[in-house]
Write a protein that binds this ligand. Structure first.
Ligand SMILES: NC(=O)c1ccc[n+]([C@@H]2O[C@H](COP(=O)([O-])OP(=O)(O)OC[C@H]3O[C@@H](n4cnc5c(N)ncnc54)[C@H](O)[C@@H]3O)[C@@H](O)[C@H]2O)c1
Ligand SMILES: [Zn+2]
Length: 362
């Protein structure tokens, strides 16, 4: 088992990465000095696979667990699900020392985290992320929340968990497409922060694709370390945290114009990171060789590397980008790379340059 410490003063916590950690959930919670009662919040795909093991482990450690399951999928990340959970928690009289366990992907983690942050003005919260994306991204950093009809993640809070348990065994049941989407965020950490990690990813990508435990442990641990380091310096998104959005300005816009139905998030940011690298070559002199390496690794990971847009779609893409929250002074701000392993945030990019990058995709 590997442990990554997230240093945030009195809100510091550990991320543990290892095999069959769901079976260890009770013991891990017992170390935290929490109340005896808890709610395991999960979804309709994950609960049949792992809730029983989680509850058995909690019981064996002396906890009393109730469950609350939401329908699997992004449509459930809303205030109705939050309300359902509040009602269940209140019905079973969970109190201030009781805790919430989020067992599932980023949807469950974000929604259950928001429930934990707000029920009785905050109860302790344990994350058991079960997708690759949630293990390397959404479970680190303390952003919790839900969507409104008006847009994604419009309601939320910063709320840190007590511990995060990344169980590698849960990844065995993850559909291939979801797994590859998670790799897009892992590759991102190499590009924005750590050239050596990127080199290693290039070398051992096949092991990762085969879900080799040792390779996964290294990839998840390093990703969490990098996100923790960035968030540790900038918990509430004053500046540096923006680098985590490499490839996301265009990626989010691609998701928006395809009504979140064509691409998974990881797929959209794969295209976005390749386009950001092309822009970086033109604007910051990112070496052409690095751009090729970026494109190649996403290709090998089985992720989309280009997008063909009609003229109308291109206009909608620009409209979506200007609605994105990274716009300031009326200009869309990008994270761009000098080279693999080193990026700068707050870079102004002209529409002409973006248009050229879209037209010259190879
Ligand atoms: N809080 C943050 O900082 C942050 C960062 C990135 C993303 N997010 C959020 O995370 C969400 C996406 O997370 P996600 O990609 O994990 O999606 P998800 O939670 O919807 O999971 C994807 C699918 O896989 C299923 N699943 C989960 N674990 C499984 C397993 N082990 N085996 C089989 N099936 C499994 C789920 O039921 C779901 O159908 C989005 O809502 C996004 O906004 C939050
Ligand atoms: Zn992302």
């Amino acid at each position: 088992m590997r442990t990554v410490r997230v240093e945030l003063d009195d809100r510091s916590y550990d991320i543990r990465i290892g095999d069959r950690l769901v079976d260890d959930l009770g013991r891990q919670c017992a170390r935290l000095g929490l109340g005896r009662r808890c709610a395991v919040i999960s979804d309709t795909k994950v609960a049949p696979l792992y809730a029983e093991a989680a509850i058995q482990s909690l019981k064996a450690a002396g906890f009393e667990a109730i469950t609350c399951n939401i329908f699997a999928g992004e449509q459930s990340k809303n205030l109705r699900s939050v309300n359902t959970c509040y009602t269940t928690l209140a019905k079973h009289r969970l109190e201030r020392k009781s805790f919430v366990v989020a067992l599932g992907g980023g949807v469950v983690g974000d929604m259950a985290g928001f429930v934990a942050a707000t029920y009785l003005r905050g109860v302790p919260f344990v994350q058991v992320p079960t997708t690759l994306l949630s293990q390397v991204d959404s479970s680190v950093g303390g952003k919790v929340g839900v969507n409104l009809r008006a847009g994604k993640n419009l309601v939320g809070a910063f709320y840190q968990p007590q511990v995060v348990l990344c169980d590698l065994a849960t990844l065995d049941s993850l559909p291939e497409r979801e797994f590859r989407a998670g790799l897009a965020e892992i590759i991102k950490y190499g590009i924005i922060y750590d050239a050596r990690f990127f080199n290693w990813l290039e070398r051992d990508l096949d092991k990762l694709l085969a879900r080799d435990r040792k390779a996964l442990t290294r990839a998840i641990a390093r990703s969490c370390e990098i996100k923790a380091a960035v968030v540790g310096e900038d918990e509430k998104e004053g500046g540096l945290r923006a680098i985590l959005n490499y490839g996301h300005t265009i990626g989010h816009a691609i998701e928006a114009i395809t009504a979140y139905g064509t691409y998974l998030h990881g797929e959209a940011i794969s295209i976005g990171q390749i386009l950001a690298s092309e822009l970086s070559a033109g604007l910051l002199g990112m070496p052409a060789r690095d751009v090729v390496r970026v494109r190649h690794i996403f290709q090998r990971a089985g992720l989309p590397t280009r997008i063909d847009l009609s003229r109308a779609q291109t206009s909608r893409l620009f409209a979506a980008m200007s609605l994105d929250k990274k716009v300031s002074d009326g200009r869309v701000k990008f994270v761009l790379a000098d080279k693999i392993g080193s990026v700068r945030f707050g870079q102004s990019v002209s529409d002409v340059a973006i248009r050229a990058a879209l037209e010259n995709q190879s």
